[in-house]
Design a protein around this ligand. Structure first.
Ligand code: GLA
Ligand code: ZN
Length: 665
């Protein structure tokens, strides 16, 4: 099976290309400018349904043929979309029942994009028919390198509450539970919710007050499956017609989105691709980017992956859309490559004149090519051209973070001890501590064998099956080190609380157990005996064999343990029962790292904000990204691949610069 865009020379570099937004005379110039910028891969046709299928079954390929021919003549490979991301108005007008319905019963209209119900048989039929047409028409086109199915599944509509979804949800449930099992798993004795017939079960629509948490979580799982089934339906059509062309769909592994369980999705694509946009107002946006890249590499099972979209500069959908400073887009691009991407593309090639994304940056801005953005695009394109040797190499990490999408879904529900907990930001806090320590991190799914890692962080692993809890305990018993954070192990897979003291699934391995949660008031902080502070969360923890690392010096629980450490079997389990400030978290994670024998602060690096990551193949490459405004010195030897300069012993990474060093051993 082909698992990478075919005949792609070196690292992938390009963008979404939407020629339908422009008159045909612009297309030749596009290809010319792409060549100048070193572009070798573009995604075409993502939002072209209305232009390709102009009425039911009436397909117009002429314009797209000319686009693909031009790209091919220019030596540019095409990641061709099945064009099913935005159903055209003629379709939803004829079949309004395919439009999605919100929890409050409002049916959404066409006029933007992704206006379809995930369970709609009409959407599914028309989408697979279009995918089949596309595959049949382009199967022999020499530019075709990969298939891009849909676009960011679930980006806007990931839950639909219509009657069709209600029916599919009931089927989904009936395939998993008897009525008795359902009533038990959902704790329906509470508030008189007992079901006597599957026909009574609805999607969790707007109700007088809080919905049933297990019901909501199962609806999340069902909705995820419904979208995955749609993707698979198109993929299977493509695989039948073009078995040698790899298929992908672009994920959204980032701070804005958590509706899909990408561990499941990743098994269904021929290569993993991701879209990442930084939170432009955040000073730590490059660290969140690194986390997304590492998680994407985890999803890809350590194999190279493709960054399908990021932005050359500002986006258009945040509250304030901050432009990137000179060099920032370049650093972002190289960060992804450093962390295992074998290509980075942008949304989009040419900045739109009209439409709701006209203020979103692109490779060719409104102002044209004599611009910071296009110049930097050409520079990075040329540099990627010199980096073909890293293609296929991989990244090793001594530490893993266990990342569970379902816990994220469960914890965003109503009626928890605090509404201010954010799963992604919580994980990011731990990731940042590791990033500042210069430690490369892998992400793993629940249930993964952890024995390859010296240390595993288990952050807010909230809804846990017995089997998945046992994997963590066995790892520690066998000599592993874990850092478990609060809200882990509290509930079973149906979000029922595990009784006998929190965190039920992990209290033995942690040697500690809480009797009551004590979330803090907004703005309240508590001081710990080691001088650090915490906010948001504390809990009344009792020791059951663990030793105290730090306890509360004030607040509602003075003298109670806040951070503990337990010897369990041959290993060590830390419990962080509060929300530590950045400094305290850095210190605690630092102690856990040294206890586990993981080397921190890479040799010679004196500054925070210098990112060092290695890719390994026959040789190793050190990627050094300086996010600060001062030059940095590191101890390293080898050849600077971008400049060709030899480095002996001491490498200077200038302020804001990137160096890729082929290392000498
Ligand atoms: C997503 C979509 C693109 C575009 C960008 C804008 O990633 O896939 O079509 O809307 O966002 O940031
Ligand atoms: Zn629906």
């Amino acid at each position: 099976m082909t698992t990478w865009p075919t005949d792609l020379p070196g690292l992938g570099w390009g963008a979404d290309y939407n020629p339908e937004q422009w008159p045909e005379h612009v297309w030749a110039e596009d290809v010319e400018l792409m060549r100048r910028a070193g572009v070798n891969l573009v995604s075409v046709g993502i939002f072209s349904w209305a232009k390709i299928e102009v009425s039911k079954g009436e397909y117009r390929f002429g314009w797209l043929d000319r686009v693909l021919d031009l790209l091919h003549e220019g030596g540019i490979r095409v990641d061709l979309a099945t064009a099913t991301a935005a159903p055209p108005p003629w379709l939803t007008t004829e079949y309004p029942e395919m439009l999605p319905v919100r929890a409050d019963g409002v049916r959404l209209s066409h006029g933007s994009r992704q206006a379809y119900c995930p369970s709609s048989p009409i959407y599914r039929d028309r989408a697979t028919a279009l995918a089949a047409e596309m595959a049949t028409h382009y199967r022999d086109h020499p530019a075709l390198a990969a298939w891009h199915v849909g676009n960011e599944y679930g980006c806007h509509v990931n839950r639909c509450y219509c009657d069709t979804c209600a029916e599919s949800f009931r089927e989904w449930l009936a395939a998993r539970y008897t009525l008795d099992q359902l009533n038990d798993a959902w704790s329906t004795a509470f508030w008189s919710q007992g079901y006597t017939d599957f026909a009574q079960v609805l999607p969790p629509r707007v109700t007088p007050t809080f919905a049933n948490p297990a019901h909501v979580l199962d609806f999340d799982r069902f909705s995820d499956d419904a979208l995955l089934e749609l993707y698979k339906a198109e993929r299977d059509v493509l695989r039948m017609i073009t078995p040698d062309v790899p298929v992908t769909t672009n994920f959204m592994v980032n701070w804005t989105f958590n509706a899909l369980d990408y561990w499941k999705w990743a098994r269904e694509v021929d290569f993993v691709s991701n879209d990442h946009y930084t939170e432009s107002q955040s000073p730590d946006r490059h660290i969140e980017l690194a986390m997304s890249a590492d998680l994407t590499r985890g999803l890809a099972g350590g194999k190279p992956w493709l960054l399908m979209e990021h932005s050359t500069s500002a986006v258009n959908w945040q509250h304030r859309n901050i432009a990137k400073l000179p060099g920032e887009m370049r650093r972002h691009s190289f960060q992804h490559i450093a962390r295992g991407a074998d290509g980075t593309l942008f949304f989009q090639w040419r900045q739109s004149r009209g439409g709701s994304e006209r203020y979103h940056s692109a490779m060719v801005p409104h102002a044209g090519t004599d611009t910071k953005v296009y110049r930097e695009v050409c520079q990075v394109g040329a540099e990627y051209g010199r980096l073909a040797e890293v293609v296929g190499s991989t990244v090793d990490a001594p530490v893993a973070i266990l990342f569970d999408y379902r816990s994220g879904w469960a914890l965003r529900q109503d009626a928890h001890p605090t509404a201010d907990f954010d799963h992604w930001q919580h994980v990011l806090g731990y990731y940042k501590a590791l990033w500042h320590a210069g430690v490369t991190v892998d992400f793993v799914a629940p249930g993964t064998n952890l024995s390859a890692y010296s240390l595993v962080v288990v952050p807010a692993f909230y809804t846990v099956s017995d089997a998945h809890a046992a994997v963590v305990a066995d790892y520690v018993a066998g000599g592993g080190h874990v850092v478990v954070t609060y809200l882990s192990g509290v509930a079973d897979e149906h979000t029922r609380v595990r009784l006998g003291g929190y965190p039920g699934a992990f209290r033995d391995v942690l040697g500690a157990c809480s009797e009551e949660f004590f979330p803090l008031r907004q703005g309240e902080t508590v001081t710990l005996t080691d001088g650090s502070t915490c906010s948001l969360w504390t809990e009344h923890l009792h020791l059951r064999g663990a030793e105290v690392v730090a306890s509360y010096a004030d607040g509602p629980l003075p003298g109670v343990a806040a951070v503990t450490r337990n010897a369990f079997g041959n290993g060590v389990a830390w419990y962080i029962a509060c929300d530590l400030d950045e400094e305290g978290l850095g210190r605690t994670v630092g102690s856990a790292l040294s206890g586990a024998g993981v080397a921190v602060s890479p040799k010679g690096v004196e500054h925070r904000g210098i990112e060092l990551v290695r890719r390994h193949g026959d040789v190793s490459w050190l990627f050094a990204v300086n996010h600060t405004d001062t030059d940095a010195q590191i101890e390293a030897s080898g050849v600077d691949v971008l400049s060709g300069t030899k480095v002996s012993g001491r490498l200077t990474v200038r302020a804001g610069d990137v160096v890729v060093l082929r290392e000498e051993v």
